[in-house]
Design a protein around this ligand. Structure first.
Ligand SMILES: *Cc1c(COP(=O)(O)O)cnc(C)c1O
Length: 398
C-alpha cells in the first residue's frame, strides 16, 4: 500500500498518528547509545519534559524504554513496600491495572469506585482518605476505557491534606490535559510515548518530585533492578548535562524522535496562548468540535457529564440497532477506531482517539467523522455525513 493514499488512518486512543518529521527521525539505522546525537537528543528531551510536565527544578524526569505500564510499575515499585496502604481512585480499566500492580508490591490496596462513565466525587475520596489513612493515592487522569477525566490536581491537594503522596496516571492525558507539577499537588506523573505526546510506542516517561524521590530513599527493600529510580537518575542527570553514561540501552531511535515531537507541542500557538498551554487548549477545542459532529450523528458519550469528560478520546455508545460490527464498518471506510474496553460495558460502545499531532491535522478529523458517519449508514442508521462534517468544521472555526 502506498503511504498516505490507501493506508488506513489510526484514530484509536493510542498509538496515534505521528508527524512525518517524527517518523523520519525514528526510522533508519540504529544510532549508538553513546553517540553525540543520542546524548544531545536525550538531554533535550528531558529538558522539554520539564516544560510539558511544568516540573519544579528539583523534580526528576525519566525516559525509560518500555510502555505506559512500565511507567505505572516504576511509580509503584519506588513508592510502596509490603504493608503500605494505597488508595486507588477507580474510574476503570487502568485503575484496576494499577490496583493489581500495587498488590504485587505487597501494598494493602483499597479503592473508591465509580460506575463506568462516572467520575469519583472528591467527597467520596475524602471519606476514603479519612477512613483508610493511605500512604499514597493513585488516580487515572483520563480513563481510556470510558473517557472519564478526574481533576487530578484537586485529588492531589486533598491527598496531601491527609498526608498521602499522589501518583497520577497521565498515559492518556499528558500533553493534552492541563496539569502542572509546579503546583506541588502531584508527586509522580507518569505517561508513555504513544498517546497525546505524539510519538511511536516504546517509551515510559515520568516526572518524580523531591518528596517521591525521598520516599524511594526510605524504602527498606530494593525495587526491581530495571525499575529503580536510583539506577536511572544518574544517567538522566548525565544526559541533561550532555554527558555519556550507561545503565541500560535506551530506545535510541525513539529517543532521537522525542525532542522533535516535543518541539511540535512546545511551538504550538492557539489564540493568545503558546507552548504547552496552547496544546492543551487545542485539544479541548478539537474535542468540542468533534462533539458537535457526534451530536449530528446522534452518538451519545459513555460519560454523559461534559465536565467529567477528557479531551483525548470519545467513548461513544452504539444505538440499540448496532453493535461492535460498527467498528469494522468504520475500518472499511479507511479509519481505525477501537472497540469498548471497560469489561462491564465492553460491547456497548466504541472509542475514537483524538490526541497528539493528529489533532493538528484537520483532514484527519474530517476523514474520521466522515468514516464514522458512513459506517453508521452501512449499519442502517439514517445519518448525514455532510451534515456531521459541516458541524465539525463549524466547531473548529469557533
Ligand atoms: C494506554 C494506557 C495505559 C497503558 O499503557 P501501555 O503503553 O499500553 O502499557 C495505562 N494507563 C492509561 C490511562 C492508558 O491510557
Amino acid at each position: 500500500m502506498s503511504e498516505g493514499v490507501s493506508r488506513p488512518l489510526l484514530m484509536v486512543p493510542g498509538p496515534v498518528e505521528i508527524s512525518p518529521e517524527v517518523s523520519a527521525a525514528h526510522s533508519g539505522s540504529p544510532i549508538g547509545h553513546l553517540s553525540d546525537d543520542l546524548v544531545a537528543a536525550h538531554g533535550r528531551a528531558l529538558e522539554q519534559m520539564r516544560q510539558i510536565w511544568q516540573a519544579p527544578a528539583d523534580a526528576q524526569p525519566f525516559i525509560v524504554a518500555g510502555s505506559g505500564t512500565l511507567a505505572m510499575e516504576m511509580a509503584a515499585a519506588n513508592l510502596v513496600e509490603p504493608g503500605a496502604k494505597a488508595l486507588v481512585v477507580n474510574t476503570g480499566y487502568f485503575s484496576e491495572r494499577m490496583m493489581e500492580i500495587l498488590r504485587r508490591y505487597g501494598a494493602r490496596v483499597s479503592s473508591v469506585d465509580a460506575e463506568p462513565g462516572y467520575a469519583v466525587p472528591l467527597s467520596a475520596i475524602e471519606i476514603a482518605l479519612h477512613r483508610n489513612k493511605p500512604d499514597s493515592v493513585f488516580v487515572t487522569h483520563v480513563d481510556t476505557s470510558t473517557g472519564v477525566r478526574m481533576p487530578a490536581q484537586a485529588v492531589g491537594e486533598l491527598a496531601h491534606r491527609y498526608g498521602a503522596l499522589t501518583v497520577v496516571d497521565g498515559v492518556c492525558a499528558t500533553g493534552a490535559e492541563p496539569l502542572s507539577m509546579d503546583s506541588g499537588s502531584v508527586d509522580v506523573y507518569v505517561s508513555s510515548s504513544q498517546k497525546a505526546l505524539g510519538l511511536p510506542p516504546g517509551l515510559a516517561l515520568l516526572v518524580v518530585n523531591d518528596k517521591a524521590l525521598d520516599a524511594r530513599d526510605k524504602l527498606s527493600s530494593l525495587p526491581p533492578y530495571y525499575l529503580d529510580y536510583l539506577a536511572w537518575r544518574p544517567v538522566m542527570q548525565a544526559y541533561e548535562a550532555r554527558e555519556k553514561m550507561y545503565f541500560a540501552t535506551p530506545a535510541t531511535n525513539l529517543v532521537r524522535a522525542t525532542p522533535i515531537a516535543f518541539n511540535e507541542m512546545l511551538c504550538d500557538v492557539f489564540g493568545e496562548t503558546q507552548g504547552i498551554e496552547a496544546r492543551w487548549r487545542r485539544h479541548a477545542h478539537v474535542a468540542k468540535a468533534l462533539n458537535q459532529a457526534w451530536r449530528a450523528l446522534r452518538l451519545q458519550h459513555v460519560c454523559e457529564r461534559s465536565e467529567d469528560r477528557g479531551v483525548t478520546l470519545s467513548a461513544l455508545r452504539y444505538s440499540s440497532k448496532i453493535g461492535p460490527e460498527l467498528v469494522s464498518a468504520i475500518c472499511r471506510q479507511g479509519v481505525i477506531v477501537a472497540g469498548g474496553l471497560h469489561p462491564k460495558i465492553k460491547n456497548t460502545y466504541f472509542r475514537v482517539g483524538h490526541m497528539g499531532w493528529s489533532i493538528t491535522q484537520v483532514d484527519f478529523l474530517v476523514r474520521t467523522v466522515r468514516a464514522i458517519a458512513n459506517g453508521l449508514r452501512e449499519c442502517g442508521e439514517a445519518v448525514s455525513p455532510d451534515e456531521a462534517v459541516a458541524e465539525l468544521e463549524a466547531g473548529l472555526k469557533n
